[in-house]
Design a protein around this ligand. Structure first.
Ligand code: MN
Length: 203
């Protein structure tokens, strides 16, 4: 049984950056539906005992193409939103420190340069998708974007996401309408680098 991440903050706790109705719908409807559908399709495919990271990195094990697509879309939706909601906080730490901060400077030149590149990826993603900051087992970092509910785990290159920036319209349209760039700016106001550091270290 895959369990949806439960919010440790109230649905309006991220205001004014992300509004309560958006969080309520996003977590309570979209994310909940991905979770329920993943449990149904994974059971049907006989893969429901696998840790989600392992399952998403090995989708080729599901022979039926329609079932494989269903597990990919809903498994991605489940995992991506768990990461999204667990890295947001009304008491966000706005910059990383320690090992992750050092690696970001080494790789991108500065924290601001890394944020700019991630924001650019997110703004440039055509249609629905995500922008990512990912790490590999050696602690190397990478910025990328994917369509739909795909994520770096599915690419099989050893990178796992530590920042998940959802740019589906359901993540921002109620408040920001077509102004995706404004939502991206707001996202960084509630992105908790303390949690991101924990994910980086746990790698
Ligand atoms: Mn979403």
């Amino acid at each position: 049984m895959y369990e949806q991440y439960q919010l440790p903050y109230s649905v309006n706790a991220l205001e004014p950056y992300i509004d309560g109705l958006t969080v309520e719908t996003h977590h309570g409807k979209h994310h909940a539906a991905y979770t329920a559908n993943l449990n149904r399709f994974a059971a049907e495919a006989g893969v429901d005992g696998q840790p989600i990271e392992e399952l998403l990195a090995n989708l080729g094990q599901i022979e039926d193409p329609a079932l494989r697509t269903a597990v990919k879309n809903n498994g991605g939706g489940f995992y991506n939103h768990n990461l999204y909601f667990m890295t947001l906080s009304p008491e966000a730490k706005h910059e990383p420190t320690g090992e992750l901060a050092d690696k970001i400077v080494e790789k991108f030149g500065s924290f601001e340069a890394m944020k700019d590149e991630l924001a650019k990826k997110a703004a440039g993603q055509f249609g629905s998708g995500w922008a990512w900051l990912s790490a590999d087992k050696d602690g190397d970092l990478r910025i990328s974007a994917t369509s739909n509910q795909d994520n770096p785990l599915m690419e099989g290159e050893g990178f796992r996401p530590i920042v998940a920036l959802d740019v589906w319209e359901h993540a921002y349209y109620l408040k920001y309408k077509n102004l995706r760039a404004d939502y991206i700016k707001a996202f960084f106001e509630v992105l908790d680098w303390k949690k991101v550091e924990e994910l980086y270290k746990a790698g």
